[in-house]
Ligand binder design. Structure first.
Ligand SMILES: Nc1ncnc2c1ncn2[C@@H]1O[C@H](COP(=O)(O)OP(=O)(O)O)[C@@H](O)[C@H]1O
Ligand SMILES: [Mg+2]
Length: 265
C-alpha cells in the first residue's frame, strides 16, 4: 500500500506532456516499432537507450511527425501532446514541429548567418512584428543555448563557420527560438568532442527547467548523467521504462540488465 502511494506520487511529480499508446511503425512491410506505450513528462529529461537499430530514432521521429517525410513509413497508434492527438488531420505538422522541436545527430546549421539561423523559425511562424522583437528572440535563444557570448560579435557570419560544438548549440538555439514545449534530440553529442559534449549535457540539464526533453543516446553514461527517466528499447519494443537510477541499478527485465551490463548491444 505504501509502495503504491509512493509510485503514484512519483508518477504525478511532473505532468504528462506527451503520451503514446499502442504505437506501431512500419517501413514498407518491415515493422520497426511494436506496440509502444510511453509517457513523456514535462520538465524532465527522458533518455531513449538501446542497441543500434532497435528503433530509438524511429520512435523519436513519431513524436513530431518527422516520419511523415519518409515515404515508406507508416505510423499507427495514438500520440498526444497535452492530450491532443498529434496525428489528427486538423494538425499542421509544421506548427507541430514548432512546438516539438528537434536537434539532430550531426549539427546542421542552414547555410546562412548565425542570426538568420535563429531568426528563420520565428519569422515563418510570425513570432515577431518588427526587427527589435526579432533581435530580442535571437538573443534570448542564443543565451538559452549557452552560445550568446561566443556568437554575439559575429551574428552576421555564417553558422557553418563555428566549431562543431558551437554549431550544435546554434542548432539548439534555432530549435528553442520558436518557443517549443518539447525538445527532441537524436544523439546530439555523437559528433562532438568531450568538452563540447560536456557543454551540451550541461545545457540539456538547464533546458529541462522550461521544456520537456527527450534524448536518444547510445551512451549509457550519458543517459545516466543527463536524464531522470529512461526508456530501454530492444528490437522495436519498449522493454522497460522508469526512473533512470532504477533502470541502471535495478532493472526489472533481463534484456535491460544484459544491455546495461554490456552483454547485448
Ligand atoms: N528511412 C528508413 N527506411 C527503411 N527502414 C528504416 C529507415 N530508418 C530506419 N529504418 C529501419 O528501422 C529500424 C530501426 O532503425 P532506427 O530507428 O534508426 O534505430 P536506432 O535509432 O535505434 O539505431 C532498423 O531496422 C532500420 O534499418
Ligand atoms: Mg538512431
Amino acid at each position: 500500500m505504501n509502495d503504491m502511494r509512493l509510485t503514484e506520487r512519483n508518477m504525478t511529480d511532473h505532468k504528462i506532456k506527451m503520451q503514446a499508446r499502442g504505437v506501431d511503425v512500419f517501413y514498407g512491410h518491415d515493422q520497426a516499432i511494436k506496440n509502444v506505450d510511453v509517457d513523456i513528462e514535462d520538465n524532465t529529461v527522458t533518455a531513449f537507450i538501446g542497441p543500434s537499430g532497435c528503433g530509438k530514432s524511429t520512435f523519436l521521429r513519431c513524436l513530431n511527425r518527422m516520419n511523415d517525410t519518409i515515404d515508406v513509413c507508416r505510423v499507427t497508434g495514438d500520440i498526444r501532446l497535452d492530450d491532443e492527438d498529434i496525428y489528427d488531420p486538423q494538425v499542421d505538422p509544421v506548427q507541430l514541429r514548432a512546438k516539438v522541436g528537434m536537434v539532430f545527430q550531426k549539427p546542421n546549421p542552414f547555410p546562412k548567418s548565425i542570426y538568420d539561423n535563429v531568426a528563420y523559425g520565428p519569422k515563418i511562424h510570425g513570432l515577431a512584428t518588427n526587427k527589435a522583437e526579432l533581435d530580442e528572440i535571437v538573443e534570448k535563444s542564443l543565451r538559452r543555448a549557452a552560445i550568446w557570448d561566443e556568437a554575439k560579435d559575429r551574428l552576421d557570419q555564417p553558422g557553418t563557420g563555428l566549431s562543431g560544438g558551437q554549431q550544435q548549440r546554434l542548432c539548439i538555439a534555432r530549435a528553442v527560438a520558436t518557443n517549443p514545449e518539447v525538445l527532441l534530440m537524436d544523439e546530439p553529442c555523437s559528433a562532438l568532442d568531450p568538452i563540447a559534449t560536456a557543454q551540451v549535457e550541461e545545457l540539456i540539464d538547464e533546458l529541462r527547467e522550461r521544456f520537456s526533453v527527450v534524448i536518444v543516446t547510445h551512451s549509457m553514461q550519458q543517459a545516466a548523467r543527463v536524464s531522470q527517466k529512461t526508456a530501454f528499447f530492444h528490437l522495436g519494443e519498449l522493454v522497460e521504462y522508469g526512473e533512470t537510477s532504477q533502470i541502471f541499478t535495478n532493472p526489472q527485465d533481463t534484456r535491460t540488465e544484459s544491455y546495461i551490463t554490456g552483454r547485448i548491444g
